[in-house]
Write a protein that binds this ligand. Structure first.
Ligand code: CUA
Length: 151
């Protein structure tokens, strides 16, 4: 009957919607923030791995990139990574909400007090990329940027 066909269509649309959401989350790199209470914001500089921000090799072609946002800079300000390597970004904030966006890429995270943001990315092309804070974080917001050198 028409009614059953209509219900089936509704079910198919629902599944498509969920698939689109999963695709958006995974493939497009839309970031789902971490859990609240993962880290104490005031103690990030003494809590591993944030006590040692920067690029750390974890495998043959694999690196952790540990980042802290603080009004109004990133720690570290400048990082160097190899082209093609798997980069696991691990980031948080010391104070207020910041953004972490690498221009020209899908790397786009919110840094939320108490939470750890994670995202994996590989650069296909060498070059210099600007890192910008794209969440308003106060008077120095427009000066909050960094650089990533892919070589
Ligand atoms: Cu940090 Cu805007």
């Amino acid at each position: 009957t028409y009614e059953r066909a209509f219900m089936a269509l509704g079910g198919v649309l629902l599944v498509l919607c969920m698939a689109a959401l999963v695709y958006a989350t995974v493939a497009m790199g839309i970031h789902l923030p971490g859990r609240a209470g993962e880290i104490e914001p005031g103690k990030v500089f003494t809590t591993p791995p944030f006590d040692n921000p920067g690029v750390h090799q974890t495998g043959p072609n694999q690196y952790d990139v540990v980042i802290i946002g603080q009004a109004w800079r990133f720690h570290p300000t400048e990082i160097r990574v190899p082209v093609g390597a798997e980069l696991n970004f691990i980031a948080t904030t010391f104070d207020v909400i910041h953004g972490f966006h690498i221009e020209g890429t899908r790397v786009n995270m919110m840094l939320i007090p108490g939470q750890i943001s994670r995202l994996t990315y590989r650069f296909r092309k060498p070059g210099e990329y600007l890192i910008i804070c794209h969440e308003y974080c106060g008077a120095g917001h427009h000066n909050m940027y960094g650089k990533i050198i892919v070589e």
